[in-house]
Design a protein around this ligand. Structure first.
Ligand code: CTP
Length: 422
């Protein structure tokens, strides 16, 4: 076995006090149980990169469940979830932080159900079964060693040299989700995929391994990519490796895909202010060419509600017609009634796909959508109208007058309705 490379980078002072306190307790329990505890994975990587990450992943050389139960005595725990077969535990603290504990092990599995029992191993083997060198570093939670990076596989070197590199040739075959993860990390940190790793990635893609990824894991990775600051490079790599072609879906990345992505990312704050999630617009952008059947299936599996899916689907199908009508719409009310039943996600998609009507969409987003009707059924009844099916239509006429005549009062609207025999 190789010796670990230990780099002293005094990481301790980079954590907030709340987490240092937790480490202190973990250390105490570790000494008491005579089982070593390590901080591993993404949090170690991001610590070195100086990126905030509070996903505390701990590997125990021993029984993680018994360890977690002992921690229970010292921490303010809301609940613990354990998984006997996997020898894992998640501790949910009162403060809202979670701690993931796992027993160090050899195997990497995707599906919990089809598994033999997990066998314990040492930390070096636990790290070896992981996806990339940059994710395979550990810090021992021990004051004599804390801050010393345990790095068997040159993760630190690859991190500094901005490389995504697998630990062994079968990595992508063992877990094809890593194909997407390689793209995700390359994109997020603007790293390159190391050349041998890229060779194995392409081979795994060509051999059809993408289809072995469970939809849930694919979904989670895609959402994480779309939530990242700059998913541009991911689009590039999806294209380069023909990822979407392999899924038998009509997803084509075109120059306009890049364009829409760029605009959504530039306008994130404004989009969020309108209560829209930017990543959802990006997802719809990717899937905008799917037929409505595929669209319904996919969005359903992405966890969207049926009512929302129906609206999205209609919006996507009709967006070209809406755009044509918007081009000639010369009144506020026309713009309003074209857009007010369309989900905002689609309105943003339209806005960023067709710059020639951007002004009209801005008018809707910044002004028209917020207009509160000043005439309602009650007011109409008070003013001589009788309850009937027509009332809904009259209210719509009233709103139309209000939209097109900014300063109209209730009185003026009623007068005009009257003049028009409405
Ligand atoms: N891991 C792996 N193979 C996978 C998924 C995860 O080897 N397919 C390992 C990696 O060591 C990774 C750790 O499990 O660092 C945690 O996985 P996850 O939480 O999905 O990713 P993070 O690296 O924490 O990245 P992020 O910050 O985006 O969550």
């Amino acid at each position: 076995e190789k010796n670990p490379k230990i780099i002293n980078i005094n990481l301790l002072n980079k954590f907030p006090k709340e987490i240092i306190d937790i480490f202190n307790i973990i250390e105490k329990v570790s000494k008491h149980r005579n089982e070593k505890a390590y901080l591993v994975g993404g949090i170690v990587r991001d610590l070195i990169l100086n990126i905030k990450n509070l996903d505390i992943d701990i590997v125990i050389e021993g029984d993680a469940i018994a360890f977690a139960k002992e921690l229970n005595v010292f921490l303010n725990i809301k609940k613990i979830i354990t998984h006997e077969k996997f020898k894992t535990a998640i501790i949910f603290l009162e403060t809202g932080l979670n701690i993931d504990l796992a027993s160090s092990r050899l195997e990497y599995y995707e599906y919990p159900t089809s598994l033999p029992t997990v066998s314990y191993s040492s930390i070096d083997k636990d790290l070896y079964r992981r996806d990339f060198t940059i994710n395979a570093m550990a810090l021992e939670i021990d004051y004599n060693n804390f801050g010393k990076l345990i790095d068997y596989y040159n993760g630190y070197y690859d991190l500094i040299n901005k490389k995504i590199k697998i630990l062994h040739n079968l990595s992508f075959i063992e877990d094809p989700t890593r194909i997407i993860r390689a793209i995700r990390f390359a994109s997020r940190y603007n790293f390159d995929i190391e050349s041998d790793t890229e060779k194995f990635l392409i081979q795994a893609v060509n051999d059809g391994f993408l289809n072995k990824i469970s939809f849930d894991r694919l979904k989670n990775e895609i959402i994480k990519i779309l939530k990242d600051k700059n998913p541009h490079k991911a689009l590039n790599l999806f294209e380069k490796f023909n990822i979407f072609e392999k899924f038998n879906l009509n997803i084509i990345i075109t120059p306009s895909t890049y364009n829409i992505f760029k605009k959504v990312l530039e306008n994130k704050d404004e989009i969020i202010k309108n209560n829209v999630k930017p990543w959802q617009i990006l997802l719809i952008t990717l899937f905008r060419r799917l037929n409505s059947e595929d669209l319904k299936t996919i969005f359903h599996r992405f966890g969207f509600k049926n009512k929302f899916i129906r609206k999205i689907s209609i919006g996507i199908n009709e967006r070209k017609i809406i755009v044509e009508k918007l081009k000639t719409a010369n009144k506020n009310s026309k713009i309003y009634f074209l857009l007010n039943n369309i989900p905002l996600e689609i309105i943003y998609l339209i806005k960023y796909s067709y710059p020639e009507i951007e002004n009209k969409i801005n008018l809707y987003l910044n002004q028209l959508q917020n207009i509160v009707p000043i005439i309602n059924g009650k007011i109409l009844l008070k003013n001589g109208y009788t309850e009937s099916k027509k009332i809904k239509n009259i209210i719509k006429h009233a709103l139309e007058l209000q939209l097109d005549n900014e300063n109209y009062t209730i009185k003026e609207i009623l007068k005009e309705l009257h003049e028009k025999h409405i």
